[in-house]
Design a binder for this molecule. Structure first.
Ligand code: NAG
Ligand code: NAG
Ligand code: NAG
Ligand code: NAG
Ligand code: NAG
Ligand code: NAG
Ligand code: NAG
Ligand code: NAG
Length: 400
């Protein structure tokens, strides 16, 4: 009994080896038509060379290698046998090479090692092509079918959009084993580059298709100031979402202007540029037109903004005013207030609207406020008088 178990165990191990389990990796060997297949055994080159190595396919001889080599018809210039491992390279594959391959090796110790594996030769995937709609597509209205086709043996088809895998769901449906993608209805964000990748275990091919979904114009806004200084540069810009891009028409007080750009530019504003502007945006494919109005009023120039030195000078002037007032009180002089209004104050009240920013809108108040007052206070104080202009006050105060 014990010997029987030992014998069957030995047989099991031997048949396991002889059936080729472990001699080749699991699964078939894949080759491309015209390409090369490698049948690689996991044998470690023995100390003494093998006595025979014999490769067959479907029972037919490929090569029987003993003291000399016997090569089967059609394999003469297509094979290379590695005599230390029994591995075989088969070149210039044809579909007819697909089949079951066996190798039988006799070692120097007269052991027989048999192995088998499967070769599958695939036609290369080629001439991949996506067919899609040839008509214009409109967002939320049209639907589209994209079909991916190619020559050769195809085992899988994957779709990508803008480099990301395309997945089913929502308005996207796959059919015909992923050969076809149906998008119904098309949405604006469905625009883009679609790629299908067709593969078999030995080769792959891709095709791409650019889909354009037309929509708009919509979400229109006008960017630009409502108050412009005379002689300033002014831009009114019409912003709109549209595919294809909208064509623009600008009207001024209801009259055509001949401007058809998104931006309406006035290089040097005149008083007669005050009025109502209208931007019409039209999508020539959808036929839709939308409009937005914009009013512009033109005002006088404001004086140039104050330099940083001037601003610092004013701060010093204010301090000097305080000193002067104190001096004035000390000498018991009457302090006169300046109640005169000046036109630049009115100008400065417009300053925030001119979009010059808070820096300049503050400037007129400070330069003509305490600074001017300060000048008059000093006049009352008498010599030594610093000149009323900010920069001079600053220069002298530095020397003090
Ligand atoms: C198929 O592809 C393989 C590998 O890319 C290449 O070697 C072979 O020449 C191709 N066959 C044909 C018929 O084009
Ligand atoms: C045979 O295969 C072994 C192991 O892969 C390698 O080291 C050796 O160079 C090969 N011999 C020939 C003649 O290709
Ligand atoms: C490959 O095989 C084809 C036909 O089987 C033959 O026409 C061609 O010359 C071969 N190419 C090489 C490189 O052996
Ligand atoms: C090994 O293969 C050869 C030829 O293919 C065959 O004659 C022999 O019986 C096989 N041996 C075993 C143990 O399967
Ligand atoms: C894709 O297929 C279409 C229709 O069958 C054909 O008109 C077009 O030429 C093909 N393009 C390519 C690159 O094969
Ligand atoms: C897309 O294909 C489906 C069938 O798969 C068909 O019912 C539908 O009309 C096609 N749509 C377009 C826009 O061709
Ligand atoms: C590849 O396609 C050919 C013809 O279209 C077919 O005869 C062959 O069986 C296919 N091979 C595979 C591996 O699907
Ligand atoms: C507006 O005024 C400028 C000069 O200030 C003049 O050149 C231009 O022709 C006027 N435009 C219109 C439409 O009256």
């Amino acid at each position: 009994m014990e010997t029987a178990v030992a014998i069957s165990l030995t047989l099991f191990i031997l048949t396991g080896l002889c059936a080729g389990q472990g001699l080749f990796p699991q699964g078939s060997v894949n080759g491309a038509e015209g390409g090369t297949a490698m049948f690689i055994t996991n044998l470690i080159p023995p100390a003494q060379p093998f006595i025979t190595i014999s490769w067959t396919v479907g029972g037919a001889n490929i090569i029987t290698s003993t003291s000399d080599d016997s090569i089967g018809p059609g394999y003469g210039d297509r094979i290379t046998l590695n005599k230390t491992t029994g591995s075989l390279e088969l070149r210039n594959l044809t579909l007819a090479d697909s089949g079951g391959y066996r190798v039988a090796i006799t070692t120097a110790t007269a052991e027989t090692i048999n192995g088998s594996t499967e070769l599958v030769v695939y036609e290369n995937v080629s001439d991949a092509n996506i067919t899609g709609p040839s008509n214009n597509l409109f967002a939320d209205v049209s639907s589209a079918n994209l079909t991916c086709e190619a020559a050769g043996n195809i085992t899988t088809i994957q779709w990508m959009k803008e480099g990301q895998p395309l997945s089913a769901g929502g308005n996207i449906l796959f059919s015909e084993e992923n050969r076809k993608v149906s998008i119904s209805p098309v949405k604006r964000h469905d625009s883009g580059e679609y790629v299908c990748k067709l593969t078999n275990p030995a080769s792959s091919a891709t095709a791409s298709y650019r889909m354009i979904v037309n929509y708009g114009p919509e979400s229109m806004t006008i960017l630009g100031r409502h108050i412009a200084e005379v002689e300033s540069f002014t831009l009114i810009y019409c912003s709109v979402q549209s595919v294809p891009p909208a064509t623009f028409t600008w009207l001024f007080n209801g009259q055509q202007t001949g401007v058809h750009e998104a931006g309406y530019i006035i290089r040097s504003v005149s008083y007669n540029n005050s009025g109502d502007y209208r931007c019409d945006a039209r999508n020539d494919l959808t036929g839709n037109v939308i409009s937005v109005d914009h009013s512009l009023s033109v005002k006088d120039k404001t004086p140039p903004p104050l330099s940083p030195e001037g601003a610092a000078g004013i701060a010093v002037a204010v301090m000097l005013v305080v000193v002067a007032v104190a001096l004035g009180l000390y000498f018991g002089l009457t302090h006169q207030r300046n109640n005169s209004t000046n036109t630049t104050e009115t100008g400065s009240s417009h300053a925030p609207d001119t979009s010059h920013g808070p820096g300049t809108s503050l400037a007129p108040d400070t330069s003509h406020g305490p600074g001017a007052k300060g000048g008059r206070v000093y006049e009352n104080v008498g010599p030594p008088l610093p000149p009323p202009r900010g920069s001079n006050i600053y220069n002298r105060s530095i020397k003090c």
